[in-house]
Every structure is written in C-alpha cells, then in structure tokens.
Design a binder for this molecule. Sequence first.
Ligand code: PLP
Length: 394
Amino acid sequence: MKLNTNFKNIKESYLFAEVANRAAAYSAANPDKKVLKLGIGDVTLPLAPAVISALHSAVDDMSKQETFKGYGPYEGYDFLRESIRAYYKSNGVDLGLNEIFVSDGAKSDLGNILDIFSKDNVILVPDPVYPVYVDTNLMAGRKVIYACANEGNGFLPMPDKKIKADVIYICSPNNPTGAAYTKSQLKEWVDYANENGAVILYDAAYECFITDDSLARSIFQIEGAKSCAIEFCSFSKTAGFTGTRCGYTIVPEKLEADGMNANKTWLRRQATKFNGVPYIVQKGAAAVFTAQGQKEIQQNLAYYRNNAKLIAHCMDELNIWYTGGKNSPYIWLKCPDGMGSWEFFDYLLNGAQVVGTPGAGFGDNGEGFFRLTAFGSAEVTKEAVSRIKSLLKK
Ligand code: PLP
C-alpha cells in the first residue's frame, strides 16, 4: 500500500481546536466569568417554518407508495433546479437547467470539482483564505500560489498580469475578511481569466448578505463570465442549512478547454461518484424560494445583519480599521496597538471574556487581524460589543 503523501504538505488544522482549548482553559480557571463566543462561523437560528413544513410533507411523501422516491437524478430534482433558475433570473442571470447541479453543500463541490482539472494547473488563492481551497489542492499535489490580500487593497486583491494562473479562487463576500468585490472589480478578474484561458472558481456562499447593488450576487452577472467561471453556492448561510446540507454549483455549458466541455465532464463525474441529495432535503431547499420562505429567511438574515451592524459600529466608535460588517456576517478587524492575532485573542478573552478567531489562522497575511462573526444571538452580540467597548476605549 502507498498512501497519498501529499497529505504531509497540509498544515495541521489547529485553529478552531486551539481557540476552543484556550477558551475552555480560561473558563476552568475562572468559573464565575461568562465567556461570550463571537468566533463561530455556524448559524444559530433554526430553520424557517416554511422549510420545516416542506420537510415534514416530504417525509410523508416517502411513506406512500404513490409518492415514494428512490434514487433521484444526479444533478438534482427539476423542482429545485427550476427554483434556482428563477432565483438567478431575478438577479438578471439566465441559466439553462442543465447548468445547475444540486449538491450536499458548497464545501463538497469545492473539493470535488478538482476531479475535472488536470494536476498541472497553477492554482491562485487569496491569502488570507477559507482553508478548503488550499488543502484540497495540496492533497492532489497541485502548485498553489497566493494573491496578497491586505489592508492596502482592502483585502480584495486584483489580477496581476505578470502572474500566470490557471485556476483562480474568488470568495465574495469573503470568509474570513467580509470584503466583497464590486461588479467592476469582478469584471477585471473575468477579463484576466478569459485572456489567460483560466477558470474562476467563484464561492458565493455569502451572497445572501449583499444589500449593496454595486456588488455582484453571482459572477454570472458579469459579462464574459460564462466562458471562464464556475459558481458554488449554498443554503447553509442563506437558510440555516449547515446541518441539513444542500447547495448548488453552476457549470456553464460554454466552459470548454482541451476539446472538452466542463459541464458534460462534471455531469459525468457526478454520475460516477455521487447519487444525489436526499429528496426530503431538496424539498426543504425548494421551500426557501417560495414567497413565504423568502419572507422568513429574510427575517433571519436581518437578525444576523443587525448583529453585524452592532459590531461594525463598535469598531467605528473605537476607530479600529476593519472590512466586512456590511454585505457580510464577518467583521475583520486590525488588532489594536500592533498586537498579533493570538496576542489580541488572549487580551480579549482575559479582559472582556469575548472569543473571536485569530486572523493568522487563515493565512500569513491574516497576522495582526481578527475575525468576529454576526451568527451569535442578539443578546450575546450586544453584551460582547459593550464589553469590547469598555476594554478598548482609550
Ligand atoms: N465556502 C465558504 C467561504 C464558507 O465559509 C463555507 C462554510 O463556512 C462554505 C463554503 C461551506 O458551505 P457548506 O455548508 O455549503 O458546505
């Protein structure tokens, strides 16, 4: 037996474990102090009533001979793909049904899509970054290069014509930085990709947080994207599906290279390695697009947005530089007084009993930065903000 030694090139993923260890050690030493967590990237509100009702009725379908479902289509049921198509249409994007692939979440497809790309592509990933992009490529032995995201470019790196990349990852609104590209900035990336025969893997997992019309909800709102991009989206943050698991991937029919069609290749890959998302879950996901579902999930999103606003206002008051907070559930702040990410983590934990995520855990350029999230409860967020203000007010 030979194991895949590329796994030796992946950094130990200790970020969230170390955050939990330090928080637990503090609580054990200070049992009387209440620790508030603004570090998690998981949602906390339950599924919307419209989704719950659709899930129940789909369970009933499975109990009756006439409506029972066995294996479904690899690419998802048409009822859900039609709803996704209508959603894109409402954002000005025309999709063919065959361009929409339902998945069990964006993370799986972000990893799985690499099956259709040859090993010798050069991969361009922003630093700091959602670690999945780097690790999935390192596992396959690909070369990863980094686009430098920093305070100077607002954590939104732009294409560098001197650098030749084949596969480009863009996440907007971004995790961890909360920064989001404008449509005109994305146009520069699309032009660069088309000129270089590259593909953009566009992670739109947080598009539901966009409120500003100058920002893109989908890369396919940008002219030219259908010949150079694949988009990944998810119901996780949009509708609280982190534990329910459903997402979708858009592979345009026009995407071609080496005499092969990416859409057909992806379908072939899915047909070989994937047997679809459960019917029950797809019914729940389709309810997200109904009028009632939209009303209910918008209420949940407004709740998280309000938390984000509270945190962002706090940073404004303290004169702390940050990205995100608007159009994103993440606030990415510059640690005050030149502190390092972990130094600030300890300072905040000891001084305010608030837990966040050290930016250094997302890449070298994250050092000196810190991520707070809006996914906590309104009460916890309010209390945490008030404690942060008291601690950092000069
Ligand atoms: N993409 C980004 C940028 C994320 O932050 C996450 C989850 O936190 C995902 C994808 C994964 O989403 P899913 O739950 O659909 O797998």
